[in-house]
Design a protein around this ligand. Structure first.
Ligand code: FCB
Length: 445
């Protein structure tokens, strides 16, 4: 394959997964319950009643999965650590068997020449902490830092860089505001303290990681926001949405302040959650990298009913994924160049920590190849425009448990038969392998 994606030498190629979506073994080796176990047990919460009990059985099959990754020729693997395996109730006692699993995983990755890039929190909060308010409780931020220190003490000798949180925006909105994800709360704007406490948890964990000489990243879900028209009302709505989706989780980290949320009737203390010193703490440890999870842009119009200062408008005339998400590859370039302009020198090097699509195609998944190729072109264009992008981790290595969609949305380069657990590489797997090889060959010359 010609290496048409003009990305720099040393650019890192990877795949991403998350613990609850692939591991299974939810009751093994002393793992405690997570909010996703409890949520998935609620009738109607997850499509077809699927649970995480088995998922991809990765807990037992990780050697086979690492062999697949080695076949791809990856530089890195982004996975997440299940907090309830390490601390079954989220506080205090550490479960040695849980930590030992990640120890084995890291060693096996290193033996395969793959750098582990762990995420400390990808949504599977210990239920014991949810019983005390979850991320609405400020104490959860302190518990998170304690857990981060435990894991870093065990793996930090072999794992150079760490991601604290995955998509705090999606966790707050889906989990606490709308109730589509665990923990299933429907608090609307009263969910905002869950944003602040996640960011505080990031700040405290980042300090713990950095004290141990480890590099710190966060993975945010980001989206270019398109105003539905150039009317003042639509433009104001788009600005309000941008503040919530993009700025709420980036401004405090990079600029040390919250964005203007007055359109939501919310002051700079986020409903009383922000205490003196918090913002300093959130920004105190500079990010060594910003993880960007990009799937699609968002089109926004003036509100149609009171409550929120925006309404989401459909994006017409573009292909759509099986999930019905619009496919707009250039949105990735737009997002990155917007951030580059907006944050200037405050923007750390970027790594694309998630990007991919679900398709109904099984093995011959040309739509995924087209999706990835389009986004890599857009990424190369952003790099040519001066954005410092260091790596690309596609979502996902293999088909897995897509949260509330259960096993119905297939995002993998590898097909998983959930009855037999048989893994079969799709056409996109071979395509990605060749792309990585071509990039390496070009820069070796
Ligand atoms: C992201 C999540 C990830 C996966 C993809 C499709 O929002 O971080 O776990 O579900 O969407």
């Amino acid at each position: 394959m010609p290496d048409r994606f003009d990305l720099p030498a040393g650019f890192r190629w990877g795949v991403s997964t998350a613990s609850f979506q692939i591991e299974g073994a939810t009751e093994e080796d002393g793992r405690g319950a997570s909010i996703w176990d409890v949520f998935a047990a609620r009738p109607g919460a997850v499509r077809d009643g699927h649970t995480g009990a088995v998922a991809c059985d990765h807990y037992h099959r990780y050697p086979e999965d690492i062999a697949l990754m080695q076949g791809l020729g990856l530089d890195g693997y982004r996975f997440s650590i299940a907090w309830p395996r390490v601390q079954p109730t989220g506080a205090g006692a550490v479960n040695p068997a849980g930590l030992a699993f990640y120890d084995r995983l890291v060693d096996a990755l290193l033996a395969a020449g793959i750098t582990p890039l762990p995420t400390l929190f990808h949504w599977d909060l210990p239920q014991g902490l949810e019983d005390r308010g979850g991320w609405l409780n400020r104490d959860t931020a302190h518990r998170f830092a304690e857990y981060a220190a435990v894991v870093a003490d065990r793996l930090g000798d072999r794992v150079p860089a760490w991601i604290t949180l995955n998509e705090p925006f999606v966790h707050m909105v889906y989990g606490y505001a709308l109730g589509i994800h665990a923990p299933g709360r429907t608090l609307m704007l009263d969910a905002l303290p869950a944003a602040h406490h996640q960011l505080l948890g990031h700040g405290l964990a980042a300090a713990a990681l950095s004290e141990r000489g480890l590099a710190v990243m966060i993975a945010n879900n980001l989206t270019p926001v398109w105003s539905a028209s150039s009317s003042d009302a639509d433009l104001a709505a788009a600005q309000a949405y941008d503040a919530l989706h993009n700025r709420l989780f980036t401004d405090p980290l990079l600029l040390g302040r919250y964005p203007d949320l007055s359109a939501y009737g919310v002051g700079p203390d986020l409903g009383g959650a922000v205490r003196p010193g918090d913002l300093e703490l959130i920004a105190a440890t500079p990010l060594d990298g910003l993880g960007v999870n990009y799937y699609n842009p968002t089109r926004i119009a003036a509100p149609t009913d009171p409550g929120l200062p925006f309404t989401e408008a459909p994006i017409e005339g573009v292909p759509r994924t099986a999930f019905d998400w619009p496919v707009v590859p250039d949105g990735l370039r737009e997002l990155l160049t917007t951030f580059h302009t907006r944050y200037g020198t405050a923007l750390p090097p970027v790594t694309i920590t998630e990007n991919g699509c679900s398709t109904t195609a099984t093995l011959d998944d040309q739509p995924r190849i087209d999706y990835l190729a389009g986004h890599l072109d857009a990424l190369a264009a952003a790099v040519a425009d001066g954005v410092d992008v260091r790596g690309y981790y596609t979502w996902s290595l293999m088909d897995n448990l897509e949260w509330a969609e259960g096993l119905t949305q297939r995002f993998g380069l590898v097909h998983v038969d959930f009855t037999t657990q048989r893994r079969t590489p799709k056409a996109s797997f071979a395509w990605y392998r060749q792309l990585i090889a071509a990039h390496r060959a070009r820069h070796a010359r």
